[in-house]
Design a protein around this ligand. Structure first.
Ligand SMILES: [Zn+2]
Length: 313
């Protein structure tokens, strides 16, 4: 198995702490927003150590830090804003950046929504891997969960728990349960690494119920939606001609959303996530609950302990 160090030719990696990571080069793509239907140009740019992930509305010259406390809407996607400047559907790109352990990057868009592309994070992952990843100055930080934090809503819940002794990384367990027969009850447990994200989550697409599409359209949403960028389910039927990418693609996508939404913590979370019937609202409330009490967490330097990095030693 190729290590992170081999795959991205990382240099200057200290044996004790992880350096911050950014993109090696700028890269761009164009696409259409799922809800707005607007064409958008996306530029991913390297950024100085300490920048974090910063969204920039180039048409308005306004920057929006990708942080949980800038989230203003979670009804169908995660929207961040500064004043009147908004950027929506950030979660799939945020998931890819977080899973690839990118600490610092600037995300330029010229419209209020990211391109939906194929409805998954696969194209964002491809862009990041094409741009390359570079270690840079500063030490990568981790938010270590110190005691359980739980939020609940509409029969679902989301919880963060501390690791047991010697534990590290981010372990996730998620269950979903939909009345539609094509979805039903699904559950997935995963330890998040760049490789597990790339092979198990990145290509899982967003989904919607056929019966809800008309209501979304009437609400001015899903204007850019099609069978090319979302799974559409009609009870037991999947309407996409090519079918599903996995039988449990739905829970995989919901876990991808959790990764993207929790990336708004501003640094990687070290701990365990357990969720059932989660959504963007619950994911955001979990971060707000985590950070509401300083006894819940500790910000630590990220140690170079992940299995991939360790295998490179
Ligand atoms: Zn999603």
């Amino acid at each position: 198995m190729s290590s992170l160090r081999d795959r991205y030719a990382l240099t200057g990696m200290d044996s004790a702490v992880s350096p911050r990571r950014t993109l090696r080069a700028a890269i761009c793509c164009v696409g259409r927003g799922l809800h707005s239907g607007a064409d958008v140009r996306l530029n991913l740019l390297p950024a100085a150590a300490g920048t974090g992930i910063l969204f920039r509305r180039t048409d308005l010259a306004i920057d929006i830090p990708a942080r949980f406390d800038n989230v203003v809407d979670t009804r169908l996607c995660t929207v961040i804003a500064q004043g009147f400047a908004r950027v929506g559907t950030i979660e799939h790109l945020m998931a890819a950046l977080a899973a690839m352990q990118i600490d610092d990057a600037i995300v330029e868009v010229d419209a209020p929504e990211l391109p939906i592309l194929d409805g998954s994070a696969a194209n964002f992952l491809f862009l990041i891997e094409s741009a390359g990843i570079a270690a840079q100055g500063g030490v990568r930080q981790t938010i270590e969960v110190l005691r359980p934090v739980r939020v609940e809503q509409n029969g679902g819940f989301a919880e963060l728990r501390p690791h047991g002794p010697g534990g590290f990384g981010f372990h996730m367990s998620l269950a979903i349960d939909f009345p539609a027969a094509a979805i039903g009850a699904q559950a997935l447990t995963l330890s998040l690494t760049p490789d597990s994200f790339a092979t198990e989550l990145a290509a899982a697409r967003t989904f919607t119920l056929a019966g809800e599409i008309e209501a979304l359209r009437q609400a001015g949403l899903a204007k850019g939606g099609s069978l090319d960028n979302a799974i559409v389910v009609d009870d037991a039927k999947v309407l996409n001609p090519a079918g599903l990418r996995w039988p449990d693609e739905f829970v995989r996508h919901k876990m991808l959303d959790v990764v993207g939404d929790l990336a708004l913590a501003g640094a990687a979370i070290s701990g365990r996530f357990i969720g059932s019937r989660t959504g963007h609202a619950l994911n955001n409330r979990l971060l707000r609950a985590l950070f509401a009490d300083a006894a819940n967490y500790r910000v630590a330097n990220s140690l170079d302990l992940s299995p991939l990095q360790r295998s490179a030693a």
